[in-house]
Design a protein around this ligand. Structure first.
Ligand SMILES: *Cc1c(COP(=O)(O)O)cnc(C)c1O
Length: 367
């Protein structure tokens, strides 16, 4: 029996390298609340990502919920239905009405040309996702935001390390959030962060993730507990040492897939976006009616031989029971998202995936 291949497998450095970090935690007995590793990781990530300020979180979802609180977002927020559920759930947890707008099928990101038509007097912000690490139309989105006085918060959970026009993608918008979940390019087992442009905003974020405490006796807002522990921060410091290796291994796998799958009848790939240094966080293929079998038949066939691709993102958030009643969830208005969700299959991609395994996967598809 051949080894089971999942869509992703976390990168882990040798265990021995983690022991000194644990020893330090045991010696100092500081387990959380902005300890030494927490402070070091915030600095190291700012340096690596080339951003001014970053606040660590226990996970990406709480970071997203807190980002909306940080900017006092309310009313309606324009967002994409083609994402992981946490994007829309974060709005729900803030009592904000999600307004879904269709995607551009060449990027799988919010179609910027369709945003303006969805703006109402209640709209306060835009929440786009850099899906699969593909940069959103950041300049176009900012122009719209400036005209209508809207905030922009990017769900950049897929975009760790992506560069656009030579700069880190996370510089765009008012805030960006990252996830360091086990399945992501850079992981701390569980974790996340908010990237912000100035120290005053970082201070507010730091209060909000610690129950609203500004000092021992002053609570300035109804904050939440979103702190990252020293254990997770130490993992982050260790993982960051190998990030360039991880990214280059991922890019090599993407190149193998692209070379083998370009031009296969019934299968399309996303075009490489200009001015973009990719992180190859996902490798989606799109299976249409010209392919000999359906997307789900291919998916099932691969599972029978121990290969587990994933249908990211299916079902569409706008088709889930708690959101499908919204006026903006109407399938007719979300034509591309509803088409793409039925065609997509994300192939396994992770640093330890061998060339033989990649070939095994390709052979299942090229029929
Ligand atoms: C993973 C992910 C999240 C949630 O991050 P967690 O760290 O798992 O809470 C949010 N948005 C997107 C697009 C994601 O892929």
């Amino acid at each position: 029996m051949k080894k089971t291949i999942y869509v992703t497998q976390p990168y882990l450095p040798p265990l021995e390298e983690f022991i000194p970090y644990l020893k330090k935690i045991w010696d100092n007995k500081v387990l959380t609340n902005s300890g030494q590793f927490h402070q070091e990781l915030e600095l190291a990530l700012c340096n690596y990502l080339g951003v001014e300020h970053l606040s660590l979180f226990s996970n990406g979802t709480i970071a997203l919920v807190t980002a909306l609180q940080t900017l006092h977002i309310s009313g309606e927020v324009i967002t994409t239905p083609y994402s992981f559920v946490a994007t829309t759930h974060a709005l729900y947890w803030n009592n904000i009405k999600p307004v879904f707008v269709d995607i551009d099928p060449t990027t799988c990101n919010l179609d910027p040309g369709k945003i303006e038509a969805a703006i109402t007097p209640q709209t306060t912000a835009i929440l786009p996702v850099h899906c699969y690490g593909n940069p959103c139309a950041t300049e176009y989105i900012q122009e719209i935001a400036d005209i209508y006085g809207l905030k922009v918060i990017y769900d950049a959970a897929h975009a760790f390390g992506v560069k656009y026009k030579g700069e880190n993608l996370l510089k765009h918008g008012d805030l960006s959030i990252l996830s360091f979940h086990a399945t992501k390019v850079f992981n701390t087992f569980e974790g996340g962060a908010i990237i912000c442009p100035d120290l005053k905003t970082k201070q507010r974020i730091d209060y909000l993730k610690n129950f609203g405490f500004a000092d021992e006796v002053t609570v300035v807002a109804p904050g939440i507990n979103g702190k990252m522990s020293e254990f997770n921060a130490a993992l982050g410091l260790l993982q960051l040492k190998d990030i360039e290796t991880v990214l280059s291994l991922r890019r090599e796998i993407e190149t193998q897939y692209r070379n083998a799958l370009a031009g296969i009848k019934g299968i399309s790939l996303l075009p490489l976006q200009p001015h973009t240094e990719r992180n190859s966080s996902y490798f989606p293929i799109f299976i249409n009616s010209n392919y000999p079998v359906s997307r789900d038949q291919l998916y099932q066939k691969m599972k029978t031989v121990g290969i587990y691709p994933r249908r990211y993102f299916y079902p569409l958030i706008s088709n889930m029971p708690m959101y499908r009643g919204l006026p903006s969830a109407d399938k007719a208005k979300l034509y591309e998202a509803n088409r793409i969700t039925n065609e997509v299959l994300c192939l396994p991609i992770y640093p330890d995936l061998s060339e033989d395994e990649v070939q095994r996967i390709i052979q299942m598809i090229v029929i």
